[in-house]
Design a protein around this ligand. Structure first.
Ligand code: HEM
Ligand code: HEM
Ligand code: FE2
Length: 481
C-alpha cells in the first residue's frame, strides 16, 4: 500500500523559506568551489599559472573549505525544509534562525576574503585567531569558529524545540541525536596543540567522524524523508533501515578512525584496529544502496500489480539525484575507500592522487548528489508543484556533472597508480622520487584529463543552476495551464 503523497501541506511555511535561503548560498559557494578547483587543476599543468597572485595553496584551500561550507549550508537548508513536514508544526524560532543565517553568511564572506587577500606570512597565535587555523577542510580562524558554534547552537535549539513541540517521528529522533554529535565534533577541531601528531589525531575526529559517521547518518535521514515524499515509500520500512544504518555506521565508523592513524606517530595497534573496522565500513553503505534500489523496485512491482503505470514519482529530478547518491556513495566511499584502507595498501597509496580520487568521488557521490536532490525538493515546495518533471536542462546538469566527476576520478586513479608504482615502489618514496613521478607521461596526461573533466563538470554545473532558476516557474505555468 502506498502512503498518501502530500507535497504541499506546509507550502509558504517560514521554515521552508529559511531553508531556501540556505540553499541559495550553498549553490553560489558550490560554484566558487568549482572555479577554485579549475584554477588548482590548471596549476598542476602550468605550475607558474597565477603564481604569487593566486597561489595553488590558496586555490586548493578555498576549494575544499568552500566544499565543506556549502555542504553545511545545504544540510541546514534541508533540515529547515523538512522540519515542518516531519514535526507537523511550524518551526520554532524562525526570527532567530534568520539572524543566524545573516551572521553566518557575513562571517563566511569575511573569512573567504581574508583567505584570498592574505596568502603568505608566518603562523602565530594571532594568525590562528584572525587568518586561519591551518587545518585542512576546516581552516576558519578562531573568531569565526566561535561564531559558527553560536549560529549552530541557535539552529540546534530551533530543531530541538520544534521536535519537542511537534510529532517525534523516527526520522526526527535520529536527526536530533545525530545533529548533536555532528555539531559537538566540530569543537574537537578547535584546539591548538604544537605536537603535530596530537593535532592530527584530533583533527581526524572532525573530518573522519563527520564524513564516515555523522554525515552518513544525516544523509540517511534525508533519503528516508525524500523517499517518503517522492515515491510514497512506507515510513516503517525506511525508518527501520535508518536505525540499522545508525547502528552499523556508528559501530564501524568510530573505530574506523584507525585508518588515519597508521603513519602519524600514533601507536602501532591502530594498524589492526583501523584495518578491521574500516574494512567493515562499506557494509552499511552497501545496505543503504540495496535499500534504495529495493524500495524503488518494490514500488514498481506494486504499481504493476495494481495496474497503474510504474514510477509514481512526483519529483523526477530530485529522484534522479537521490538514485545517483546511492550509486555514488557505494562507489566513492565504499569501493574507492576500501581500495586503500588496509595498512598494507595504504603504505603505498597514502597521500597520493589516489586519495584525491577517493576524496572527489566520495564527497560528490555521498553528499553533493543528495543535497542537490534536496534543492529540487525545495523548489517543488516553494512553487507548490504537484509533479515536477525533468527538463532538458535537468538531464544535462546531472549527466555532465556526474560524468565529469567520474572522469576526474578515473584520471586521478591513474595518476595515483603511477605514483604508487614509480614514486613509492620503484624509487622508494623520497623527495626526488616525488618530482620524478610527477613528470612522467602517465601522470601528466592524467592531470590533463582531470582538467578536461573538470571543465565538463563546470558546464554541467551551469546547466544545473540554469535549471534550478527556471524549472519552478516553468512547472508552475504548466500546472496552471
Ligand atoms: C562519504 C564518505 C567519505 C568521504 C566524503 C571521504 C573523503 C575522504 C577524503 C577527502 C580523504 C582525504 C583526506 C585528506 O585530505 O588527507 C579521505 C581519506 C581516506 N579515506 Fe575516505 N571518505 C569517505 C569514506 C571512506 C570509507 C568508507 C573508507 C574505507 C572503507 C575510506 C577510507 C579512507 C582512507 C584509508 C583515507 C586515507 C587516505 C590516505 O592515506 O591518504 N573513506 N577520505
Ligand atoms: C571543476 C571541477 C573540479 C576540479 C577541477 C577540482 C580540482 C581539484 C584539485 C586540483 C585539487 C587539489 C588536489 C591535490 O592537492 O592534489 C582538489 C582537491 C579536492 N577536491 Fe576538487 N575539483 C573539482 C570538483 C570537486 C568536487 C565536485 C568535489 C566534491 C564534491 C571536490 C572535492 C575535492 C576534495 C575533497 C579535495 C581534497 C582531496 C585530497 O586532498 O585528497 N572537488 N580538487
Ligand atoms: Fe576515514
Amino acid at each position: 500500500m502506498l502512503t498518501s503523497i502530500k507535497t504541499n501541506e506546509f507550502a509558504g511555511s517560514k521554515s521552508k523559506e529559511l531553508g531556501m535561503m540556505y540553499f541559495r548560498v550553498a549553490i553560489i559557494l558550490f560554484g566558487a568551489q568549482l572555479l577554485m578547483g579549475l584554477i588548482a587543476a590548471t596549476q598542476f599543468l602550468v605550475p607558474g599559472f597565477l603564481f604569487e597572485l593566486f597561489d595553488f595553496s590558496v586555490a586548493r584551500m578555498v576549494h575544499i573549505n568552500a566544499l565543506v561550507v556549502w555542504m553545511l549550508y545545504a544540510m541546514i537548508g534541508s533540515v529547515y525544509y523538512m522540519l515542518p513536514d516531519e514535526t507537523g508544526v511550524e518551526t520554532v524560532g524562525i526570527g532567530l534562525g534568520k539572524l543566524g543565517f545573516w551572521v553566518l553568511t557575513a562571517a563566511v564572506t569575511v573569512v573567504v576574503l581574508v583567505y584570498i587577500f592574505i596568502q603568505v606570512g608566518s603562523g602565530s597565535e594571532a594568525s590562528i585567531w584572525f587568518i586561519h587555523e591551518g587545518r585542512e577542510y576546516i581552516e576558519a580562524p578562531r573568531w569565526a569558529d566561535i561564531g559558527i558554534v553560536v549560529v549552530v547552537l541557535i539552529f540546534y535549539w530551533n530543531v530541538f524545540a520544534s521536535f519537542m513541540k511537534g510529532k517525534q517521528t523516527g526520522i526526527m529522533t535520529v536527526m536530533v541525536a545525530n545533529l548533536l554529535a555532528l555539531a559537538g565534533l566540530y569543537i574537537t577541531g578547535m584546539f591548538f596543540t604544537d605536537n603535530i601528531s596530537m593535532d592530527q589525531f584530533w583533527w581526524w575526529w572532525v573530518i573522519h567522524l563527520w564524513v564516515e559517521a555523522t554525515w552518513e547518518v544525516f544523509v540517511g535521514t534525508l533519503a528516508a524523508y525524500a523517499l517518503i515524499k517522492i515515491i510514497g515509500a512506507k515510513r516503517e520500512i525506511v525508518e527501520m533501515w535508518l536505525w540499522i544504518e545508525v547502528l552499523m555506521l556508528f559501530g564501524s565508523g568510530i573505530l574506523g578512525l584507525g585508518h588515519h592513524y597508521f603513519w602519524i606517530g600514533t601507536p602501532e595497534y591502530w594498524w589492526e584496529i583501523g584495518a578491521l573496522f574500516s574494512a567493515l565500513e562499506p557494509v552499511p553503505l552497501i545496505a543503504m544502496f540495496v535499500h534504495v534500489l529495493y524500495d524503488w523496485g518494490k514500488e514498481q512491482g506494486i504499481a504493476k500489480a495494481e495496474g497503474r503505470p510504474g514510477s509514481v514519482m512526483n519529483n523526477a529530478p530530485a529522484m534522479a539525484w537521490i538514485v545517483t547518491n546511492a550509486f555514488g556513495n557505494f562507489l566513492g566511499a565504499g569501493i574507492w575507500g576500501f581500495f586503500h584502507t588496509l595498512p598494507q595498501v595504504n603504505i603505498y597509496t597514502h597521500g597520493s592522487q589516489f586519495t584525491a580520487a577517493h576524496g572527489h568521488l566520495a564527497f560528490f557521490g555521498a553528499y553533493a548528489t543528495i543535497l542537490i536532490g534536496m534543492m529540487y525538493m525545495g523548489i517543488q515546495g516553494a512553487y507548490g508543484i504537484k509533479e515536477m518533471k525533468s527538463t532538458f536542462k535537468s538531464k544535462m546538469g546531472i549527466f555532465l556533472v556526474t560524468f565529469g566527476v567520474v572522469g576526474m576520478t578515473v584520471a586521478l586513479t591513474i595518476a595515483g597508480y603511477e605514483q604508487v608504482l614509480v614514486e613509492r615502489a620503484e624509487l622508494g618514496a623520497g623527495w626526488n622520487a616525488f618530482f620524478v613521478a610527477q613528470e612522467l607521461p602517465w601522470y601528466v596526461q592524467a592531470q590533463g584529463w582531470r582538467a578536461v573533466m573538470g571543465v565538463v563538470t563546470f558546464i554541467g554545473f551551469v546547466y544545473l543552476v540554469w535549471d534550478l532558476l527556471t524549472i519552478g516557474s516553468q512547472a508552475k505555468r504548466a500546472q496552471e495551464a
